[in-house]
Every structure is written in C-alpha cells, then in structure tokens.
Design a protein around this ligand. Structure first.
Ligand SMILES: Nc1ncnc2c1ncn2[C@@H]1O[C@H](COP(=O)(O)OP(=O)(O)OP(=O)(O)O)[C@@H](O)[C@H]1O
Ligand SMILES: [Mg+2]
Length: 309
C-alpha cells in the first residue's frame, strides 16, 4: 500500500518548549489516522508543520509522494485542511465561502459553482447555501469549513479537532461525513484529545504526549499490547469487596459506583479466585472486559487524561 503521509524526525521548539520532539510516522493511503493526545501534546504544531503553515526546525515531510520542502505547491494542492479554530467568512454565504476558497486555488467558472453546491448538499446544507454564515450554528459552520477544505478535491484531508465544542448530534454528523469521505478514497489525518472519537473513527492511532509519540497502532492492537489492563467487573449486593492484596491474579482494584473493577492479565484465573474469596455473597453482576483505550492512554501518558469534548 502506498503511503499518503510520511514524516521523519520532525522537530519544533518554541523557546525552551520542545513542542514536537523527534516524531516519525507514516499514514497509508485510504487510512483514517488519529493523532491522539492531551492538551499541549503537540498535535496542532505537528498538523501545522505537515500542512505547510509552520516551518519545522528539523525533519522531512512527504505528502502524496511529494517532499513538502522541495515540491511545496504540488504537495499543497493535494491536501485539504480544517485548521484548529478555523472560521468561515461570516458576511458571506456558505456558497460564497466555498467559491472564494476555489478562487484561492485558481479555480473558477460554472463547474465550480456546481461543485460547491454539490459539496454543500453532501454536507447537509442544501437549504441554507445562500444564507450568510453569521446565522449558522457552530456545527453548521464547521461543515462549511469542511466544504472549503474539500473544494480542490484533496487526496488527503487534515482535520485539527473538528468536533471540539460540537454537541453529540453535530459530532455524529461530522463523523459520518468523515467516514463517507474515507470510503470515497480520501486519506484522513485527524487530531483529537477524545479517546472515544479515535476509537470509533480510526484505523491507526498515534498517541502523542509532550512532543513525543508514545505508541502507534490500530485501536485493537493497542488494547492487545496492554493485556494486563483487562478487567473483571463485579457488583456484590452488600458492596463489601475483597482487598486486591489478597489476590494472586489481580493487580489493582478501582471502585466505580456500586461496582468494583479488578485489573488482571488472566481474567479466567482472576474470576475463579474472586469467586473463592467472596464465598456465599450475592453477585448482582459480573463482567470480563477487554482493556479500554482510555486505560491504555492513561498507562502511556502517565495519567494526563482529558476525555471531555
Ligand atoms: N506559537 C507558539 N508560540 C509558543 N509556544 C507555542 C506556540 N504554539 C504552540 N506552542 C506550545 O507548544 C506546545 C504544544 O502545543 P500544541 O498547540 O501543538 O498542542 P496541542 O496538542 O494541539 O494541544 P490542544 O489539545 O490544547 O490543542 C504547548 O506547550 C504550546 O504552549
Ligand atoms: Mg491543538
């Protein structure tokens, strides 16, 4: 499979802060690649360097086979970007915003009008294309911005936290659009601090923390690597749970509401041990759970979890 994005030894510092500290990764064509990390991890700095907005201190960037430094225009023409905190022109309509963007790419004519209408229709904005963006909701505005990023038919789409600040429904619409674009052949690079989002959308996830990549893999393999984060979740009627120190197969226990979550790398033995220790107490619920990505993330980043949206 051909690589859509190839990054080698990328560095960027701001004064004493090493925002991006020697990162390497490749994104295959047709992937949805998630760049997951807490606030300040270096996600935006990385995205800005890859999209040619910010000059790296060091490192190589290749987009659709073009080296960004040597073939800036060719590389830039093949990407679409939804930057962090992007905005559309409030006094222009959605259609005018897309046509304005087309002009920036040197595209014009009747085809572009049709193309813009078609894009906005796909984004669910057909009824509102001639309304000024200042009357749009945040979720609608974000879709206009996505439309602007798509006007030049990019092979690769960069989205920097495209769902930050959106409600559940707008987030779902955005996810559906991203998945549709991916099925249509687009490679997607998306940054997020939201683990559920990375888990739902991405084929590959790079976990970035303090400017360095802590792990890159599929969500499934990331969970698999951390087998010791499997859990046995039990709910006892009397809610009086055995101390993990008395167990051989359980490493730690965390109380969650009425339930207790016991971490283990061997759930089969852990359950048998647990049953032995609780004796005749009434069990209200018992579940064996795979490691969740949230636990993997905490393990890799030392607990700096920001799971909000
Ligand atoms: N223009 C700048 N000048 C100085 N420092 C900067 C600049 N841009 C980023 N930084 C610093 O670099 C580090 C990484 O910031 P970056 O914006 O890349 O993080 P992020 O992962 O995108 O975070 P967030 O989730 O908050 O968007 C931070 O410590 C930030 O303060
Ligand atoms: Mg950011």
């Amino acid at each position: 499979m051909k690589e859509a994005i190839k990054i080698r030894d990328l560095h960027k510092g701001f004064g004493r802060i090493k925002a991006v500290d020697g990162i390497n990764f490749a994104v295959e064509q047709g992937e949805i690649f998630g760049f997951l990390g807490p606030n300040g991890a270096g996600k935006t700095t990385t995205a800005r360097m890859i999209t040619g907005v910010l000059e790296p201190d060091q490192g190589d960037i290749e987009l659709a086979g073009y080296n960004l430094k040597d073939n800036f225009v060719e590389a830039r023409l093949r990407i679409g970007v939804v930057p962090e905190a992007a905005n559309a022109y409030q006094e222009l309509t959605a259609l005018e915003n897309l046509k304005f963007m087309a002009k920036m790419y040197g595209l014009s004519g009747k085809d572009i009008n049709n193309k813009a209408v078609e894009l906005l229709t796909r984004l669910g904005l057909k009824e509102r294309i001639n309304d000024k963006v200042k009357g749009y909701s945040k979720g609608m505005t974000q879709r206009v911005i996505l439309g602007m990023a798509l006007i030049n038919d990019p092979e690769i789409l960069f989205l920097d936290e495209p769902t930050r600040g959106l409600d559940v429904q707008s987030t779902r619409i955005m996810h559906e659009i991203i998945q549709d674009l991916n099925h249509g052949g687009n490679t997607i690079f998306i940054t997020t601090h939201n683990i559920q989002e990375a888990n739902q959308l991405c084929n590959s996830i790079a976990i970035i923390n303090k400017g360095k990549i802590a792990a890159i893999d599929s969500p499934e393999n990331l969970k698999d690597t951390f087998k010791e984060l499997q859990t046995v979740e039990i709910c006892l009627e009397d809610m009086d749970y055995p101390d993990p120190e008395n167990f051989q197969y359980i490493s730690q226990a965390i109380k969650e509401g009425n339930k207790m979550k016991y971490y283990t790398d061997d759930p089969d033995r852990a359950v048998k041990e647990l049953i032995g220790l609780i004796g005749n107490k009434k069990i209200v619920g018992l579940n064996i759970l795979e490691p969740d990505l949230e636990d993997v993330f905490v393990e890799l980043t030392g607990g700096e979890l920001n799971n909000g949206s």
